[in-house]
Write a protein that binds this ligand. Sequence first.
Ligand code: HEC
Ligand code: HEC
Length: 187
Amino acid sequence: MRSKPLTLILALVILVAAAIGFAVGRKSAPEPQVVTTESASHPAVASTTEPVAAGDQLDGIRRGAPVNQEINPPLMARVENTDVKRNRAYPMQPPTIPHSIDNYQIDKNSNRCLLCHSRANADRFQAPPVSVTHYMDRNDQFLATISPRRYFCNQCHVVQTDAKPLVANTFKDIDTILSEEQDKKAN
Ligand code: HEC
Ligand code: HEC
């Protein structure tokens, strides 16, 4: 009968000791390696812009870094504001925007793009007017004003940036394919 409280106290002591041991053990465990801004130039850190091949896979998101390491995000791409048009990869590609569009508002009441790109204003701003497809509804009927389908311009048109492709691709445009075909026939 008298040994009951004793065993209880013993059990309590063991429990407290275990808890303290656990807490101390956790503190002295090595911290998981986190890459900070200071170590950005460390050679072990994956390049922040170039896609890195991991095995036979291109890893555009983690760029080859181990999953337990935090890598520095690539610098934000710079928007090109040079008025130089880029080639379209195929005839129906929405052309990329050769100027910056910061703070150009598009909402129910106003559309900044159309200030310059509408048929009526294009000459004043020397901007290319939106093409005839932008006035067509889904039954190919021409509307007097811009089609609601084409109202939100940046649904299809994007600014040009100096960002490098995150994922490699082997796209060839139709002219390249046609000339390759002709070369084959000639040989
Ligand atoms: C202040 C006038 C102005 C505004 C506002 C404007 N643009 Fe432009 N945009 C131009 C001019 C001028 C050009 C011709 C190239 C150049 O000078 O940059 C152009 C060129 C373009 C082109 C290239 C067309 C082609 O044939 O390659 C696209 C696409 C375009 N703009 C889309 C837009 C979109 C989308 C918006 C709204 C987010 C917008 N623009 C707002 C003046 C404007
Ligand atoms: C649903 C996608 C879509 C939307 C939305 C859209 N466009 Fe386009 N845009 C295109 C495509 C595709 C082309 C190229 C083929 C063509 O002309 O239809 C184009 C061509 C253009 C061109 C070049 C015209 C030419 O003659 O070469 C301009 C400028 C342009 N768009 C401006 C705009 C503006 C400004 C808006 C918003 C009011 C807008 N687009 C909305 C898809 C779109």
